[in-house]
Design a binder for this molecule. Structure first.
Ligand SMILES: *[C@@H]1O[C@H](CO)[C@@H](O)[C@H](O)[C@H]1NC(C)=O
Ligand SMILES: *[C@@H]1O[C@H](CO)[C@@H](O)[C@H](O)[C@H]1NC(C)=O
Ligand SMILES: *[C@@H]1O[C@H](CO)[C@@H](O)[C@H](O)[C@H]1NC(C)=O
Ligand SMILES: *[C@@H]1O[C@H](CO)[C@@H](O)[C@H](O)[C@H]1NC(C)=O
Ligand SMILES: *[C@@H]1O[C@H](CO)[C@@H](O)[C@H](O)[C@H]1NC(C)=O
Length: 415
């Protein structure tokens, strides 16, 4: 009885309950959908409410649901949103948020609040958000605060120091920073991927060869240890306890994406034989990544290690990966245009599937986590992570008039 009444009520509510719709071939339609999704993403943001912490979606566990780096991904998503659409509604919140989480002058992003939980990967995601602000010409940090480039480079330089003092496994960054932290023995791929990514992007922007050398060195280490194997599979982690001989072979879309973006930046800024080398690495990694993660429903991204049949076993962090994978893959195709013909169709098919999953909740357009096999009984996961994933999918899968310009620092250096 109650159900019947409710569905009548819902039917009567009409257009207020419209599922998300988009024509991916029309830039105005894509922009409208992106605007709705961006609104829904930001409706979860608590940082500007009194008593809450500026720059954070919400508090970290155990009191909240979001590890610190989740909020870095929020700002990266919103910077991309602004760059693709031109809508600056959320820019002030993003500038304030990143600046607050940097914590003022001194060691970039190294806040006492998070040193017990933050690893090199966590710092790296904040630094990559800052780097994106540099490249896309995002509004500056407030007067008297370190600029975006200084923040990205500051984090990178700390990683260089940590890597340089590392004896175990002949290289590679550890996951955790203080030796007392749980997980200090772990060398995970994503920590090394963000280091490589920052090195590649900083080198392209600043022209500093040393940063590019670190990217090369890290790639070599990852392949030597076998965290990237001969078929360009990217695996999750290893440990100093086995002298990095035992590899945990979990595969995650965001690690592959961050590495792809890095390789594309190296390809873009190098010449001759070095460029050829990066082109080979990049092509193999792109082909394998598309084959592994975009295999379902004719080219829809899925987080393969935790979307299994009708079971979704993804951790909260894993629920963020797809959006990162999509935005880094799109960026890779900008830096290496030869990839566009293979990458663009997968971004489009994924965007179409992601939009179809946005038909729930009070507004009728809440997005669900699963984009493929969606109707086969999987329980629906929803929330800010799913909204970010869907927003990212629409941004990279839609048509845009004029494309997205990425600065490379040459003007700044007067070349
Ligand atoms: C916080 O930001 C949201 C999203 O932009 C906005 O709707 C809300 O009015 C803001 N609240 C305050 C107190 O500024
Ligand atoms: C650090 O934690 C304190 C206490 O919760 C909070 O007031 C402060 O805003 C936090 N700082 C940052 C940068 O998150
Ligand atoms: C070049 O990059 C390295 C590594 O980030 C840094 O230590 C060095 O200071 C940079 N050189 C210049 C001239 O900025
Ligand atoms: C540990 O691994 C590195 C790199 O693979 C190797 O060079 C080194 O000899 C190994 N050390 C030990 C003690 O096995
Ligand atoms: C480097 O990236 C720019 C910007 O997307 C692009 O125009 C250029 O063609 C790329 N260079 C190469 C060698 O692909």
């Amino acid at each position: 009885m109650y159900r019947a009444t409710l569905s009548l009520l819902l039917a009567g509510a009409g257009s207020a309950l419209a599922a998300l719709q988009v024509d991916l071939t029309s830039s105005s339609s894509v922009k409208t959908a992106a605007k709705d999704l961006a609104f829904d993403v930001m409706s979860y943001y608590k940082g500007n409410q009194s008593g809450e912490i500026i720059g954070l979606i919400d508090r970290e566990p155990p009191s909240g649901d979001y590890y610190w780096w989740n909020s870095a991904v929020l700002w990266s998503t919103m910077i991309d949103y602004w760059r693709y659409t031109g809508d600056d509604t959320y820019n002030t919140l993003a500038v304030e948020g990143i600046t607050w989480q940097n914590g003022g002058k001194g060691n970039p992003f190294m806040l006492p609040n998070f040193t017990a939980t933050a690893g090199n990967d966590d710092y790296g995601f904040w630094a990559m958000a800052a780097m994106q602000a540099v490249e896309l010409d995002f509004p500056s940090a407030p007067q008297g605060q370190p600029g975006w480039l200084e923040l990205a480079q500051g984090v990178f330089d700390f990683m260089v120091k940590r890597y340089s003092s590392e004896k175990a496994c002949n290289g590679g960054l550890r996951w955790q920073v203080p030796p007392t932290n749980k997980g200090y023995e772990v060398k995970n791929t994503i920590s090394n991927a963000v280091f490589l990514n920052l090195g590649a992007r900083l080198a392209r922007f600043t022209g500093n060869q040393t940063q590019g050398d670190w990217a090369e060195k890290t790639w070599t280490w990852l392949t030597t240890i076998g965290l990237i194997d001969g078929k360009s599979n990217v695996f999750d982690l290893t440990s100093t306890e086995s002298n990095c001989t035992q590899i945990n072979k979990l595969q995650t879309s965001y690690t592959a994406g961050v590495l792809l973006q890095a390789a594309a930046y190296m390809y873009n800024q190098t010449t001759d034989a070095t460029q050829k080398t990066w082109q080979t690495r990049l092509t193999a990694l792109a082909d394998r990544t598309l084959a592994v993660f975009f295999a379902r429903d004719g080219g829809v991204l899925s987080e393969i290690s935790c979307e299994i049949g009708d079971k979704t076993t993804c951790t909260d962090d894993m629920r963020l990966f797809k959006g990162i994978a999509l935005r880094t893959l799109a960026s890779a195709a900008q830096m290496a245009p030869f990839l566009r013909d293979t990458v663009a169709p997968k971004l489009k098919s994924t965007a179409a599937a992601a939009v179809k999953a946005c038909d729930g909740g009070l507004r009728g357009r809440e997005c669900a986590f699963r984009w493929s096999d969606g109707d086969k009984g999987a329980a629906k996961l929803t929330g800010v992570r799913e909204e970010m994933n869907a927003l990212s999918a629409v941004l990279v899968g839609g048509e845009w008039d004029g494309g997205v310009r990425v600065r490379d620092g040459r003007e700044r250096r007067g070349e």
